[in-house]
Design a protein around this ligand. Structure first.
Ligand code: HEC
Length: 109
């Protein structure tokens, strides 16, 4: 396990790309950004569970960009009638970090 964390951290440093952010960092960002008021990793809260979202978009090309915009702009209709509010305070980069983490199934570690 430790080895995995070390190599993930190295990877994040070398690549420096949003998709390589560590799970802990992404989970902390989700907490700070208020996502966890409406979402859980597993199971529905106000919004769909992050693991359900990951399963839904598993094989969909372009899902990262589409969902990044949806998190920023808000919207409804994919899961039901309850809308997700817009998050205009998030940079594109932060929104993408969150979305790629959600699509990994929102692991805490
Ligand atoms: C006030 C409640 C609320 C907050 C806060 C919230 N969400 Fe959502 N989220 C929802 C709801 C409701 C949906 C379902 C929208 C729909 O049916 O299209 C949703 C859907 C989503 C989806 C899937 C969108 C789709 O089209 O399938 C993602 C990804 C997502 N949220 C990520 C986030 C992230 C990341 C944050 C934090 C920046 C966040 N949400 C904050 C309520 C919320």
């Amino acid at each position: 396990m430790k080895k995995i964390i070390v190599s993930a951290t190295l990877f994040a440093c070398v690549v420096g790309h949003a998709a390589a952010q560590s799970n802990q960092e992404a989970a902390a960002l989700a907490n700070q950004s208020g996502c966890m008021a409406c979402h859980k990793a597993e199971g529905k809260l106000v919004g769909p569970g992050f693991q359900d979202i990951a399963a839904k978009y598993k094989d969909q090309p372009g899902a990262v960009d589409m969902l990044t915009q949806k998190v920023k702009k808000g919207g409804s209709g994919s899961w039901g009638r309850i809308p997700m509010p817009a998050h205009p305070q998030l940079s594109d980069e932060s929104a993408k970090v969150l979305v790629t983490w959600v699509l990994r199934g929102a692991p805490a570690q």
